[in-house]
Write a protein that binds this ligand. Structure first.
Ligand code: DLL
Length: 439
């Protein structure tokens, strides 16, 4: 097994707890003496009023007394209000689009960039990628953290990286063949798009040397993983992260692909019930809350990610002692509530992608019909099915409708559209179109 940082990645659990507590206290001190007033106010609210109060903390479990931080704290303190270090110490910013209009700004010091690069190098090693690989980086470069996050991680590992960014599909295939890329980094949606387009641009598939792919930044099912693996002939890994906390590199899959290891020396995870805010136990599904333990520019305490998962504490065969989180099911704000039933797009995806007769794309439309919430799932039957005529398409619709009924217990409308009708995403896919009238 290869590790980038064996000392930390296989750290003994009692040592990990001690390290987390020490780094937590250091982070609190930094906030206390730093610039971020909203975070200082949260510490005060929890009874931490001076440095002595921080010194008295014995265990990181005491974190539960501190109020949560959420996206709205970052929006309300736009652009720099949550920075704990002075602006003169910043060497970079990134931004995420934020769902409400104003972007979220994340700041990085030199130290943060070094840490981030090392954590990304861990991610690459865990997927058995080495300095002898050639990485084709098709995550977007720019304010999005995907492009530069992978770029710096690959350089840290010492591997050659091709800074492609997203799009320019023909050029992606040219470089892939000419330079001999062995690893592909992009969103799963873009990997799927590339796998659909490969026939158009590559005459001789033996020229493609790809072996691995690391895909993330959006929820994707294991069924989609299989489709991408089969069509590109690669081994595909999941990676998780978010701009507010760092970017990619918060959690990653190892070769056993049984959940994503959280870089626990850098982030303290908790799972809470998103409705009651109660902290849940290991194995229980709820909202992931993250505390940064090693950030200089913008440490966040108990940040509510809105991402739904559970923690897996059992030992992993890879030897890493870091806890794993299950593949993200979806975001609390993407959960569809239809006729009282809660369902995530990823669950619908798992059902649809089982069908060999369908292209691996879909769109969920929600609308109001006669005052009732209605769900319409738009699917794309494969060309040969579509060309076989209405009866054949209707048969597919009936089968899909039945499987969806078995999943959610309500009848969904299923609409089949001709091949290549649905939009293929090059970044994060939009799976749900909510047209319901808001009362
Ligand atoms: O998406 C960072 C990233 C870049 C992660 C490249 C992985 C690879 P944001 O744009 O701030 O940052 O979006 C963060 O994306 O809260 C999740 O809802 C979602 N997300 C990220 N990774 C995954 C994943 C980047 N592997 C938001 N599975 C997060 C499911 C993911 N959702």
């Amino acid at each position: 097994m290869t590790y980038f940082d064996k000392k930390y990645e296989t750290i003994d659990l009692s040592e990990l707890k001690a390290l987390q507590t020490e780094r937590f206290k250091k982070t609190l001190k930094q906030i206390f003496t730093g610039e971020s007033n909203p975070l200082k106010a949260k510490l005060n609210e929890s009874g931490i009023k001076n440095i002595n109060d921080i010194e008295r903390i014995k265990r990181i479990a005491e974190i539960k007394n501190i109020p949560f931080t959420s996206k709205s704290d970052l929006v309300n303190n736009y652009p720099y209000g949550m920075f704990s270090s002075p602006l003169s110490n910043m060497v970079r910013i990134h931004a995420s689009s934020g769902t409400t209009g104003k972007p979220i700004i994340a700041g990085y010091t030199k130290g943060d960039i070094k840490t981030w690069s090392e954590l990304m190098a861990r991610v690459l090693c865990a997927a058995d990628i080495s300095k002898h690989d050639v990485g084709q980086n098709a995550y977007g470069y720019g304010l999005f953290t995907g492009g530069l996050g992978f770029h710096y991680g690959a350089e840290k590992l010492g591997m050659m990286i091709i800074p492609m960014s997203t799009g320019f599909t023909e050029r992606q295939f040219t470089m892939m063949q000419d330079i001999g890329s062995t690893a592909l980094f992009c969103t799963p949606s873009y990997a799927l798009f590339l796998s659909e387009e490969i026939g158009k641009y590559v005459k001789d598939k033996s020229k493609i040397k790809l072996k691995k792919g690391i895909f993330g930044a959006e929820p994707w099912s294991n069924e989609l993983r299989k489709k991408i693996e089969n069509s590109l002939g690669i081994d595909a890994y999941d990676i998780y992260g978010l701009s507010e906390i760092l970017g990619p590199g918060v959690a990653f899959e190892c070769v056993y692909k049984n959940g994503l290891h959280i870089n626990e020396d850098n982030f303290f995870p908790e799972i809470i019930d998103p409705k009651t805010d109660e902290v849940l136990g290991d194995g229980e599904t709820g909202e992931l809350v993250l505390t940064s333990l090693n950030r200089e520019a913008m440490p966040l305490i108990r940040f509510r990610t809105k991402d739904i998962t559970r923690l897996i504490r059992e030992k992993c065969d890879c030897g890493r002692t870091f806890v794993r989180m299950a593949k993200i099911k979806g975001r609390t704000d993407d959960m569809i509530i239809i006729k009282g039933v809660n369902v995530f797009p990823s669950q619908i995806e798992s059902v649809l992608f089982h069908y060999k007769n369908l292209e691996p794309v879909y769109l969920i439309e929600l609308y109001t019909d006669n005052l009732l919430d209605t769900i319409n799932i738009v699917i794309e039957p494969k060309k040969e099915i579509f060309n076989a005529g209405k009866d054949r398409v209707d048969r597919v619709i009936k089968e899909v409708s039945h499987s969806i009924y078995e999943l959610i217990g309500i009848r969904a409308k299923i609409t089949a559209v001709p091949p290549k009708t649905l939009e293929r995403s090059k970044g994060k896919a939009k799976r749900v179109n909510d047209l319901r009238k808001k009362i």
